[in-house]
Design a protein around this ligand. Sequence first.
Ligand SMILES: [Zn+2]
Length: 311
Amino acid sequence: MHDDQFSWHLTYTGVSLDRAAEIRPSSDQIEKMQFSDKARVLPVWNGMHFFEKDGVEPLWIASAEVESLLGQYTNPIFLGVGEDIPWFTLPLMGEAPPAALASDGVFELLHPRVGSIHAEQAALLSYARGMVLWHLNHLHCGRCGAITESHDAGHVRSCTNESCGHRMFPRTDPAVITLVVHPDGDKCLLGRQSRWPDGMYSVVAGFVEPGESLEECVKREVKEETGIETNDIRYIASQPWPFPSSLMLGFTAQALNAEFDPGDDELDDIRWVTRTELSTYGEMSDGTEGPKLPNSFSIARMLLERWRFSE
Ligand SMILES: [Zn+2]
């Protein structure tokens, strides 16, 4: 298969803003943008975004309205500039979202809504979510435990303990996700975890550990979960997965043996599946019994479709 015959938009990729990293350290420039008439703010409360109440569109708040609606407009996180519009995001604290917003919209999780919104919106909201969750998970210094504060338009947090001064940067956690091809070339490896929704099957995935290359991680995860040895590991594509902070790195690998002998009990069921069998797998939402494909927003699905249509 030639890659140019297969095209697939990976959900949560494609942020169209200029991230304008060079102006983040300039508080003057950032403030000017923050309070400009054009600025837009995406509020995030409890990991959820603000959506139309009776529609599907995500909502933003104009700069001039932020203080009256949200009660504060300090330390917004600068996302970037698109079509001359500066975009920011702001974590909202508290047990409930601000009452002033209640008549306009609702806070809901991004993932269940992602099929109804434009791909660029999904990518922007995912970027905002990732940034906000990083802030909320780094309110204290990981080195000395003191309070941290936001700098560089929200792209750095610094420890307030002067004798420590630790600086933290937004992070993503690399995870590999791998489609393993049978030694005969005509089947791929699928597995399921008991905690997954009924019937769902997917490819092998796991977090990269310190001191491990991506290829070593692919080999280790596949071996641990299935007992299959692999080689010919090839990188295919990546997908941000801000639930809360992963970067999924998609690979294919060639199996050297076909007998399953898992070293852990992460997978409940493991199987080799032909292209024809894969075509009979249902969608998570189709309400039928029987095995299901991972949802179409995931890189797992992209890897499977890419393999299904190759030959
Ligand atoms: Zn510290």
